[in-house]
Design a protein. Structure first.
Length: 280
């Protein structure tokens, strides 16, 4: 595996592009508008600059990493790559249409991976004629820093596909841990109900946000409290994943907190909107 395409130049896409290029892969970063691609490249340049300033990388290696990245606004340019990692918004129809298109464009042995945090890999795979070569490759945010890649096998993903993707993630300096396709996979099935429970304790007046977060940080050794983490992830994303869990597992223990729904309705989405459980 030598050439990788990343679909999407946003926060996740540019991070994946950076770690893949740093590992020595030739990377093509694709988005629908030139301005999105340019913004993604600017983020990568800034991120590499910080690594050089902290002496975690030489200027020579940073330059070599940038030289391995090409950009495009045309998905047809993915025809020759060995692996595609899709990192577009969490909208099922968008993902299935992209995978169907990539299935037509890419060479037969190309692996198609999704960075989805919640959408079924088996459902995405059904949009292609190569379900054995479709897999989840769920990177954590921020990609250059976080060590985990959650690898999700769809019901038809082959062991060969899994082995190749695990090897690629490890080459990028990540720890790859595999699971089977199920709503929320492992990461969000465990994390998001905990965040939702913290929101319920606030909603019910059990404690103030600072106390809830402080108890989890100091008592459970969490590096960040659940309400601050919800703000960081985005309350709309937390709500989306709770809905995926609630609908997919058909159990009311996953029902999103009323306060979470209300805050999303009011546009209080956390850091990205300037206000969530805290003001930014």
């Amino acid at each position: 595996m030598e050439q990788i395409a990343v679909i999407g130049a946003g926060q996740m896409g540019n991070g994946i592009t950076q770690v893949a290029a740093s590992a020595g892969y030739e990377v093509l970063m694709v988005d629908i508008k030139q301005e999105f691609v340019d913004r993604g490249m600017a983020t990568i340049e800034k991120s590499l600059g910080k690594l050089v300033a902290k002496e975690r990388m030489t200027q020579q290696d940073a330059d070599a990493t940038l030289a391995r990245i090409k950009t495009s606004t045309d998905r047809n340019d993915c025809s020759d790559v060995d692996l595609v990692v899709e990192a577009v918004p969490e909208i099922l129809d968008l993902k299935t249409s992209i995978f169907s298109e990539l299935d037509e464009i890419c060479k037969p042995d190309c692996i198609l991976a999704s960075n989805t945090s919640s959408i079924s890999i088996s459902t995405i795979a059904n949009a292609t004629s190569r379900p054995d070569k479709v897999i989840g490759m769920h990177f954590m945010n921020p990609v250059p820093i976080m060590k985990l890649v959650e690898i999700i096998n769809g019901d038809k993903t082959s062991t060969d596909t899994n082995a190749k993707v695990v090897a690629a993630a490890e080459k990028m300096g990540k720890t790859a841990l595999s699971c089977n396709d199920s709503p929320g996979f492992v990461s969000n099935r465990i994390l998001c109900p905990m965040l939702n429970e913290a929101i319920l304790t606030l909603q019910e007046g059990v404690a103030e946000p600072e106390a809830i977060d402080g108890i989890m940080k100091l008592g459970m050794n969490h590096p960040i409290g659940p309400l601050a983490l919800s703000d960081l992830i985005g309350l709309d994303t937390v709500l989306h994943i709770m809905n995926v869990l609630h609908e997919g597992l058909k159990d009311d223990k996953y029902a999103p907190a009323d306060l979470l729904i209300q805050m999303v309705d009011e546009g209080k989405l956390g850091r990205k909107s300037g206000e969530g459980f805290y003001k930014y």
